[in-house]
Design a protein. Structure first.
Length: 94
């Protein structure tokens, strides 16, 4: 289990499944959204990894519905931020 936060909201994450090629997490942000996130390795090499990330989220109220609409509209930017953050932590030249 781990927590992530943004502004005044905290999301609780729990790993619910682990396979040879990925993981599935359940996540809930109280009063906002709940669901699962599946991360699957599509292709891997010594210097790169290609992943598929699938979100299956449900709104827990009106604020959650608005947040999911916004998330859908900005998903490419959101994933791009993750890609940049991971690349920044990778050893130079790797």
């Amino acid at each position: 289990m781990f927590l992530t936060g943004h502004a005044e909201e905290t999301t609780i994450w729990v790993m619910v499944d682990k396979g040879e090629r990925g993981f599935r997490y359940a996540r809930v942000t109280a009063g906002d959204t709940a669901g699962t996130v599946t991360v699957t390795v599509v292709d891997a090499a010594p210097t790169r990894t290609r992943l598929r990330v699938e979100y299956d989220l449900t709104a827990l109220g009106p604020n959650g519905a608005e947040r999911l609409e916004a998330f859908l509209g900005s998903f490419a930017d959101y994933i791009g931020e993750w890609e940049a953050a991971i690349a920044a932590m990778s050893p130079a030249g790797a």
